[in-house]
Design a protein. Structure first.
Length: 236
């Protein structure tokens, strides 16, 4: 089956250009020009990735991103005509997975779309074929935290956690190596890949996001502990 991509862009020319190029890459593409319709399509079609403009009529891209992140884990690539650092920070803080400023290279956008979908695919494959050979239904349990690898789901105290794809991958890696001290560089290589251009600060940000979701008191973490000067350890 083709990966589904939802394009949310109010500029007709750009929207049609994105649709044309994504279809040429073999994706199933859905498009819309406004935020509310984007939510309706996303809920119905469950896209594998969302390309989301910030400046939209009605609900803007930030609000759409915030709502979608509460409901699904599909990667979100945000677009904006504004080259403001604060926009990027806000977008990433509310759950966007990547960010591009207009005008941009179509080749670069397609490469980023491909990279995000590849990460999603690898995460799904991990559920059925990981190190040592996973069987359907295999789980990792660390106290009251359970990761159901076959269902690609993490639960805390029996309640499902709403995790972004990279947060889930990070949690799985920490859980597989629970009790071990993992350096930021190792985490970055194993979770983001050797060709990832970002720095180790990315690891710190995602650990902070995970702590907000699994720690009783994120300010005083007891599950994911910091080992000063080295990295992190998930306590057994």
């Amino acid at each position: 089956m083709s990966d589904k991509v939802l394009v949310v862009e109010d500029d007709l020319t750009l929207r049609e250009t994105l649709e044309y190029n994504l279809i040429r890459q073999g994706y199933e593409v859905h498009t819309t020009a406004d935020g509310q319709t984007a939510l309706d399509i996303a809920r119905q079609e469950r896209p594998d990735l969302i390309v989301l403009d910030i400046m939209l009529p009605g609900l803007d891209g930030f609000e759409v991103c915030r709502i979608l992140r509460q409901e699904m884990s599909a990667p979100i690539l945000m677009l904006t005509a504004r080259d403001e650092e604060v926009d990027k920070v806000v977008g990433l803080e509310i759950g966007a997975d990547d960010y591009m400023t207009k005008p941009f290279s179509m080749r670069e956008l397609l490469a980023r779309v491909k990279a995000q979908l590849r990460r999603v695919r690898l995460t799904r494959e991990e559920a059925t074929a990981a190190e040592g050979g996973l069987v359907e239904g295999e789980k990792i349990a660390v106290g009251d935290l359970t990761i159901d690898l076959a269902r690609h789901e993490a639960l805390l105290g029996g309640e499902p956690l709403s995790l972004k794809p990279k947060e889930y991958e990070l949690l799985v890696f920490l859980a597989r190596n629970r009790g071990l001290v993992l350096s930021r560089d190792l985490i970055l290589e194993r979770v983001w890949g050797w060709d990832y251009a970002g720095g180790s600060r990315t690891v710190d940000v995602h650990v902070r996001w995970l702590r907000e979701k699994i720690e009783p008191d994120p300010a005083s973490p007891t599950r994911i502990v910091t080992v000063r000067g080295v990295g992190y350890r998930l306590e057994e």
